[in-house]
Ligand binder design. Structure first.
Ligand code: NI
Length: 174
């Protein structure tokens, strides 16, 4: 396993539409292992493969709800097959838009079909934070970021703060 570099907006790759995985083999499992390690090291709860520059339909999620015990979920070729009409709001963040958050409204429940780490077909009904997270990560596979749901004004404020963050990081401190 290895910790990979996480792409930060603006980056053209983050806008790329990822492709389905044909077979869940060792190579695919290795990518998911790297994604998980990268996500944990960045204190994230979800990561899509494109965020480490790999345009494949892969996401990993771990809400770390069970007393911070690791309980990862691996999704290969995830597809939302049902969404609730009921919506809920969550203050979303993203490892590709570090340290910035905005309230986003999404369906509060969803049903997702996918292949698991072993390549076995699964279906999961999600609600609460898990439903939000799955929808956020699947958006990444379609080149969509949470800021795309905001008004231009709010989006521009976040992008401005983001570029300021980058400048501050480049500044050398002795
Ligand atoms: Ni994200």
């Amino acid at each position: 396993m290895a910790i990979k570099n996480i792409l930060v907006e603006p980056n053209k790759l983050l806008r790329k539409v990822s492709q389905p995985v044909k077979i869940v083999n060792k190579d695919v499992q290795n990518i998911m292992d790297d994604m998980l390690e990268t996500m944990y090291s960045a204190n994230g709860i979800g990561l899509a493969a494109i965020q480490i520059g790999i345009p494949k339909n892969l996401i990993v999620i771990d809400l770390l709800t069970k007393e911070k015990k690791k309980d990862p979920l691996f999704f290969v070729n995830p597809k939302i097959v049902k969404k609730s009409l009921k919506m809920s709001k969550y203050d979303e963040g993203c490892l590709s838009i570090p340290n910035l958050f905005a309230e986003i409204q999404r369906p509060s429940e969803c049903e997702v079909e996918y292949l698991d780490y072993q390549g076995k077909k699964k279906i999961l009904k999600a609600n609460g934070l898990l439903a939000t997270c799955i929808q956020h990560e699947i958006d990444h596979l379609n080149g969509i970021l949470f800021i795309d749901y905001l008004s231009k004004l709010k989006r521009d404020i976040i992008l401005k703060k983001l570029s300021k963050q980058k400048l501050d990081q480049k500044r050398l401190v002795i």
